[in-house]
Design a protein around this ligand. Structure first.
Ligand code: HSE
Length: 324
C-alpha cells in the first residue's frame, strides 16, 4: 500500500445536448467550449473524498454520496471490486464550469470528468462500458433516472444514438460536413427531475408513430447528409410540448432561430438552454444573435451564446501534477 498521496490528474468533460428534439433519452452530442473539470489523486486512505467544489456558488452537495462526481466514482470502485475499504482511495476536486440545471448535461459532465480523472490517477484501466455504467449512476442521484444520453456523449464525444439496456448500446452517427450547433443559455434553471415529472406516462399511438418517423428520418438524413430530411425531423412531439413553458421565451427563441435560417431548434435536454442546428457555419453567429435578441425582447433576459461543431471530442485527461 502506498503511504503518500499521488499526483493530481486533471480531466475535463464537455457539455452535451441530449434528446435533439425527436430522440428523447436516445440521442445526444458533445459540444466544445463549455466543460467541467475534476482533479483526482490516489490516497493511502481507502474510500472517496470530495475535498473541494468550486464554481457552483455553493449549490451542489459536498457529500460524496450525494454529488454526481462522488457517486460515479463510488460506483466505479464497486464495479471493479474495490469498494471493500481497500487502499488506495481517491481524493477529488470538482471545478464546475457548466451552469447547474441548464440542460447542458452539467451533472453528467461532473460525473464523467471525475471518472476519467480517477481512472487515470488510480491506474484502474476501466473499459468505456464500466465508465458509462458508473456515470449513469451519477445521473440517477441527480434526477432520479439513470438516463445515458448526456453522459455517453460527454464521455465518448460525437453524436450518439444510445439505445437503452443494462449497458446502453452506443452507435456513433455521422455528422454531415459543416453541421454546427448554436446554444443559447438563458439565466434561468430547470431541474431535470421536475422536467421529467411533467412528462406524459402514455402517448397516443399517432404520436408514437410520428415521433418514431422523425427519429428515423433524422438518422437517415444524417447518413445521407440530407438537410431537408434533417430539418423536417427536428421536431419533438412528446417532451417539448409539456416542457416548453418551463423555459422562458422558448417559442420566441425557437422561431427566431428558424427565421434566421436554422435547420431546426429545440430544447437542449430538458432546457432551459435552446439549441439550433445549421449546415452553414457562417450563419451560426447570425442565428445566435437572432436567438439572443428574441430572448431579450420576449423576456428581458440576456442569454449566453455558444457556437460549436456538432459532436465535439469527449472527456480527456488534460494535465498531470499539481493543479495551478
Ligand atoms: N433525456 C433527458 C431528459 C435529458 O430529457 O429528461 C435530461 O438532461
Amino acid at each position: 500500500m502506498r503511504d503518500e498521496v499521488g499526483r493530481w490528474v486533471r480531466a475535463a468533460a464537455p457539455a452535451s445536448v441530449s434528446n435533439v428534439c425527436c430522440g428523447f433519452d436516445l440521442l445526444g452530442f458533445a459540444v466544445a467550449g463549455w466543460q467541467d473539470v475534476v482533479e483526482a489523486r490516489s490516497s493511502p486512505r481507502p474510500g472517496v473524498r470530495l475535498l473541494e467544489v468550486t464554481g457552483d456558488g455553493g449549490r451542489l452537495p459536498r457529500t460524496v454520496d450525494e454529488n454526481t462526481a462522488g457517486v460515479a466514482v463510488l460506483k466505479l470502485l464497486e464495479l471493479i471490486g474495490r469498494d471493500g475499504g481497500e487502499a488506495p482511495g481517491v481524493e477529488l476536486r470538482l471545478r464546475k464550469g457548466l451552469p447547474l440545471a441548464s440542460g447542458l448535461g452539467s451533472s453528467g459532465a461532473s460525473a464523467v470528468a471525475a471518472l476519467v480523472a480517477t481512472n487515470e490517477a488510480l491506474g484502474i484501466g476501466a473499459d468505456p462500458e464500466r465508465l458509462l455504467t458508473a456515470a449513469m449512476e451519477g445521473e440517477r442521484v441527480a434526477c432520479g433516472t439513470a438516463h445515458p444520453d448526456n453522459v455517453a456523449p460527454s464521455l465518448h464525444g460525437g453524436l450518439l444514438l444510445v439505445r437503452p439496456g443494462e449497458t446502453p448500446a452506443l452507435t456513433e452517427l455521422p455528422v454531415p460536413a459543416g453541421l454546427t450547433c448554436v446554444l443559447l443559455h438563458p439565466p434561468s434553471a430547470v431541474a431535470t427531475e421536475a422536467a421529467r415529472a411533467v412528462l406524459p406516462v402514455e402517448v397516443p399511438l399517432s404520436t408514437l408513430t410520428a415521433q418514431a418517423g422523425n427519429l428515423a428520418a433524422l438518422v437517415t438524413g444524417l447518413f445521407r447528409g440530407d438537410d431537408r430530411l434533417i430539418s423536417g425531423a427536428l421536431v419533438d412531439l412528446v417532451a417539448e410540448p409539456v416542457r416548453a413553458s418551463m423555459t422562458p421565451g422558448f417559442e420566441a427563441v425557437r422561431s427566431a432561430a428558424l427565421a434566421a435560417g436554422a435547420l431546426g431548434a429545440g430544447l437542449s435536454g430538458s432546457g432551459p438552454t435552446v439549441f439550433a442546428w445549421t449546415r452553414e457555419p457562417d450563419w451560426a453567429a447570425r442565428i445566435g444573435e437572432a436567438m439572443r435578441d428574441a430572448l431579450e425582447r420576449d423576456t428581458g433576459l440576456q442569454g449566453d451564446l455558444l457556437i460549436s461543431p456538432v459532436g465535439a471530442p469527449g472527456a480527456r485527461v488534460v494535465a498531470h501534477g499539481e493543479p495551478s
